[in-house]
Ligand binder design. Structure first.
Ligand SMILES: Cc1cc2nc3c(=O)[nH]c(=O)nc-3n(C[C@H](O)[C@H](O)[C@H](O)COP(=O)(O)OP(=O)(O)OC[C@H]3O[C@@H](n4cnc5c(N)ncnc54)[C@H](O)[C@@H]3O)c2cc1C
Ligand code: FES
Length: 520
């Protein structure tokens, strides 16, 4: 499948067909417009279409072309920020609701896959959190107690994860978590939405999102979708200028897919405790990848860095491969390497609900951490309830307007880091001449007071755009692995020609010479 979020190919993109969907060719009037066809957008659209609402979904790429096509799809209530930390910021009740909502999301995915007969390799498996780095057993004990207080009574410390070839040391076992093939699941949701009268248009970029009665979503082709409610499910909101983006930070994370003999690694979800952590699972593959039917793909992720602040993907893939080969001696070859972006909220919980500020009918879903499959499904459940006027016990926990005063330390750390990125304006050119830019790569050069993002395509042709991010004017950096311009401030990303790949930017990089981004 074609991905609009980067150059690398995930195992999912290589093993699922993506439905061919029409482009928008005129104005539309509906009850609900959902912007973004990832797990959050399609889960919301599915539940609303089932409830009889007229729904339209638009996406500027294909279905699943964003981070849902780049995930590793551990479906779990084992939250990567830890329950004992969530308790500190959200209290015992908050931690309990977090456990309840993520567990409910796993069950909801299972029931939708079953009801809609979606052949998406959904499988219940146990999850194991084991120690890494200098972490000691007390880390697991603290989390064990916190999970019990949060209502996950079946978690238990075991002597080791069930891997005969590697002594992981003690592990916290989370029974009955799950895994699936994310794109096959989205294909099933797509089919069901269309069956229930919903409409899905791809290749439709939302340029402007306005509240009102009705709300108006204007696409870059100039068409207008008028809707009673709008759900902005673009992974990071493209309708919010500042507030949300001071409360979350974008990180790039890396994944390899290694071929191992089928059955040599027990199926399960595995994570270690350091930050960044490693995340591991298995995926069976079909005859296209494994004609003899002898192998599984072992998926291992980690090595995260802040988006746009490093460009050393090859080293990170190498570290992942070394780490994996040391612990999984049965690895035959590394067949997949890809990366993706996760949004880390400063207080650990996603932001799902009404857009902060004065908007009355606009909803957002963002701040997924590494738990975006369950967060995206929670978004579907919570946002459909809010739009249908039904009470939902998770509303307050995920409220995007919540005050995160107890997370002041994280807030300060992330925002000081953002402030420091503006120093890039003073930097000199990254290359002395265009000859130094290799085909298929880019570099930022200084031209007078301007900064120019220069991309040399595979045939040697130069393409120039302003290097000033159209969100809040930081200078973008080249991402060699994904062939994108990545902003180090809030995670906006642009393709080599300047088109938006990830928000919060909604407008493309400007032509060279106009440093003032267009207003939205
Ligand atoms: C490598 C990796 C591993 C991960 N592992 C896990 C895991 O094991 N478990 C887990 O739970 N989570 C995991 N996550 C997180 C999870 O995959 C994501 O949080 C989740 O898929 C995000 O879904 P989404 O629907 O919010 O966003 P997306 O899937 O990114 O969908 C957003 C869509 O919006 C579209 N869009 C954006 N802007 C516009 C616009 N202006 N107009 C029209 N369309 C627009 C995009 O094209 C995109 O298709 C992982 C993420 C990564 C990258
Ligand atoms: S993403 Fe905010 S300035 Fe670029």
């Amino acid at each position: 499948m074609r991905s609009d979020s980067g150059h690398t190919t995930s195992i999912w993109m290589d093993t699922a067909d993506v439905p061919s969907l029409p482009r928008l060719t005129g104005d539309v009037r509906v009850n609900v417009c959902v912007v973004g066809a990832g797990i959050a957008g399609l889960s919301t659209a599915y539940l609303l279409a089932r409830a009889g609402r007229a729904v339209v979904v638009i996406d500027d790429g294909p279905v699943g072309g964003g981070e849902t096509g780049r995930t590793t799809a551990h479906i779990t209530a084992a939250l990567d920020d830890r329950y004992y930390e969530i308790e500190k910021l959200h209290g015992d009740d908050g931690a309990r609701l977090a456990a309840e909502s993520h567990s409910a999301a796993i069950s909801r995915i299972e029931s939708i896959a079953s009801l809609e007969d979606i052949d998406c390799d959904f499988e219940r498996v146990d999850g194991y959190l084991f120690l890494g780095g200098r972490d000691g057993r007390d880390e697991l004990e603290k989390e064990l107690e916190a999970t019990h207080r949060a209502g996950l009574h079946e978690t238990k410390i075991v002597d080791k994860a069930p891997l005969s070839f590697w002594d992981t040391g003690p592990a916290l076992r989370f029974p009955r978590q799950a895994q699936f093939h994310p794109l096959k699941y989205l294909n099933g949701l797509t089919r069901a939405i269309l069956r229930d009268g919903g409409q899905i248009f791809t290749g439709a970029h939302a340029d402007k999102i306005e509240d009102g009665e009705p709300c108006r979503v204007t696409t870059s082709d100039g068409f207008v979708i008028a809707a009673d409610h709008v759900v902005v499910a673009t992974n990071t909101p493209v309708n919010d200028w500042v507030i949300l983006h001071t409360k979350q930070a974008a990180y790039r994370t890396f994944v390899i897919g290694a071929r191992v003999p089928r059955g040599s690694v027990p199926r399960g979800l595995y994570w270690d405790t350091p930050d960044p952590y490693h995340y591991i699972r298995l995926q069976e593959v079909d005859s296209k990848i494994d004609p003899a039917g002898l192998d599984d793909i072992l998926i291992v992720g980690g090595e995260d860095h802040k988006t746009g602040q490093e460009d050393d993907a090859d080293e990170r893939f190498k570290c992942l491969e070394d780490w994996t080969r040391e612990r999984f001696p049965m690895v035959k070859s590394v067949d997949f390497r890809w990366s993706g972006q996760v949004m880390e909220p400063i207080d650990y919980m996603g932001f799902i609900g009404k857009n902060p500020g004065v908007d009355e009918h606009i909803y957002i879903a963002t701040g997924d951490s590494g738990n975006g499959i369950t967060h995206g499904t929670i978004a579907g459940m919570l946002l459909s309830d809010l739009i249908l006027g039904k009470p939902n016990p998770w509303t307050k926990l995920y409220d995007p307007s919540r005050k995160s005063l107890r997370a002041a330390g994280e807030f300060l750390k992330e925002n000081l880091n953002v402030a420091a990125q503006y120093a890039d304006w003073a930097k000199q050119s990254e290359v002395g001449s265009y000859d130094e830019i290799q085909p298929g790569t880019g570099a930022v050069v200084r031209r007078g007071a301007s900064k120019v993002a220069v991309f040399k395509d595979d045939s040697g042709t130069i393409h120039e755009r302003s290097a000033v991010c159209t969100h809040l004017y930081c200078i973008v950096n080249w991402n060699t692995a994904e062939r994108t311009w990545d902003c180090p401030c809030h995670g906006s990303r642009f393709d080599p020609y300047g088109n938006v790949v990830n928000g919060p930017a909604i407008n493309p990089l400007e032509p060279v010479g106009s440093e003032t981004p267009s207003s939205r």
